[in-house]
Design a protein around this ligand. Structure first.
Ligand code: LER
Ligand code: MN
Length: 262
């Protein structure tokens, strides 16, 4: 069974309860926290039994921020998110950095690749130790070459997770980024095997699934073959009002899943 989730910012309503009511109406199984006040939303979700699939972002700085003080702040914030997430069984999605890449002119961190990787691994090992202590999970997301240059492919996420060396670190794929970086979406997901912890969904141009030309059948068939039991969550822009486009997108996604997991 593949459970569908959606980022909170895509849902109407102010509170997590209002957003969850809409999500359920549209056919989703959970909410991913992203823009709500995470500690407060997690508290309310726990009290009301609202399923939270993951926590995305919500920390200051970056794990390879050019400024080492910001690196320390990112580590500190992610530790707190791991504690909050552990209480609601939601992992924390992390990336090395967002919007900074040597693949764009004059846009590196100011350090060498090797030094970035060293800083990143040092932080991730510290965070993984904290995750082990509090029962949290880190989903290491691969994002495309123009948004970072350290964790670009599912294979990068797998290699880095291996080097971090903790079962609390899972690999994560986002099909929008994968569509740019991977030769075969299904094969790349399958290569993560039991280490795949989370999946982000969007269509080829990052609108809601069903609005572009991405082959979701290949994605879901791979997840089915893997026996994936986790969440696939919408992180996208919307082509129209939520009430109109999201139920259609859920219907489309389920139509692309093998019957056994739909
Ligand atoms: C950014 O493009 C992205 O995919 C986010 O999930 C990063 O956390
Ligand atoms: Mn993503």
């Amino acid at each position: 069974m593949i459970r569908l989730s959606i980022q909170d910012r895509l849902l109407p309503g102010e509170t997590i309860q209002e957003k969850w009511d809409a999500a359920r109406r549209y056919g989703f199984d959970a909410i991913e926290l992203q823009t709500l006040d995470i500690a407060e939303a997690a508290r309310q979700a726990r009290a009301a039994g609202i399923p939270v699939s993951a926590i995305c972002a919500g920390y200051r700085g970056w794990l390879i921020d050019p400024d080492l003080e910001q690196v320390a702040i990112a580590r500190q914030d992610i530790k707190r998110l791991l504690e909050v997430g552990a209480e609601i069984d939601a992992g924390c999605i992390v990336v090395p950095i967002y919007g900074r890449s040597r693949n764009l002119p004059d846009n590196g961190t100011g350090r060498s690749n090797e030094e970035d990787e060293r800083v990143f691994l040092e932080g991730m090992r510290e965070l993984a130790g904290h995750a082990e202590k509090v029962g949290g999970t880190l989903h290491l997301e691969a994002i495309n070459r123009y948004e970072n240059d350290l964790c670009v492919t599912v294979a990068d996420s797998m290699r880095l997770r291996e080097q971090i060396g903790s079962p609390r670190v899972r690999t994560m794929g986002d099909v929008f980024h994968m569509n740019i970086e991977e030769p075969d979406l299904g094969a790349s997901l399958e290569s993560a095997g039991e280490h795949l912890g989370y999946v982000h969904l969007a269509d080829s141009q990052r609108l809601e699934p069903g609005k572009g030309h991405l082959d979701f059948r290949t994605v879901f068939e791979a997840l089915d073959r893997m026996g994936y039991q986790g969440y696939a969550s919408l992180e996208c822009h919307l082509s129209g009002p939520s009430d109109e486009v999201l139920p259609r997108s859920v219907e489309f996604l389920r139509s692309q899943m093998p019957a056994a997991v739909a």
